[in-house]
Design a protein around this ligand. Structure first.
Ligand code: MC0
Length: 140
């Protein structure tokens, strides 16, 4: 089902400071910046590597407000890994297969994600504590 690790989502308090940290420490480059009102985040994608089945990124996430998924996560757990995004060929097909295994879907239908992707989240309580995202890139 999974083609690649598409991205690791990391929650941070200050996007610009954290981008600078990743650039200066690891030499990564920002390839996209977006505000996603629906998800309540301001985010940057930093390219890590290209693979046969697509690219992988670090996604830095700053909440737009405290009362958002990332805002609540920061208040409860502090900065760190927020979710893992896996590349899939077709989110709708993957969701149907996963739902059939009894795993709670946060999104029953795909939503708009970074860089034109279709995305859907699975509940962390049903994935051994890991908030898991399915990502169908536009060029899949
Ligand atoms: C919360 N929990 C997590 C978690 N967030 N566990 C692991 N990883 C996370 N990121 C746990 C809490 O510790 C708590 O466990 C329980 O889930 C309920 O947490 P809550 O703070 O009361 O929050 P809820 O229930 O209101 O919401 C949690 C839920 C939500 C995962 C359903 O955050 C959500 O819908 N997330 C999906 C959307 C999202 O994260 N968007 C931001 C990234 P205990 O044991 O204490 O009860 S958007 C994005 O990344 C896009 C732009 C993209 O990739 O393209």
């Amino acid at each position: 089902m999974f083609l690649r690790i598409d991205h690791v989502g990391i929650a941070c308090h200050n996007l610009e400071e954290t981008v600078q940290f990743y650039e200066s420490t690891f030499g990564l480059t920002v390839v996209s910046r977006e505000v996603n009102e629906e998800q309540g985040v301001r985010e940057a994608m930093l390219h890590v590597a290209d693979g046969e089945k697509g690219a992988s990124y670090v996604q830095l996430l700053e909440p737009l407000h405290p009362d958002t998924a990332v805002g609540k996560f920061l208040a409860r757990r502090g900065e760190g890994v927020h979710h893992i995004g896996y590349g899939v060929a077709d989110v709708t097909t993957a969701l149907a297969e996963i739902a059939g295994k009894g795993i709670r879907l946060i999104d029953e239908r795909p939503r708009h994600g970074s860089m034109g992707a279709s995305i859907a989240f699975l509940h962390p309580k049903d994935v051994r504590g890991v908030l898991t995202e399915l990502v169908e890139a536009p060029d899949n």
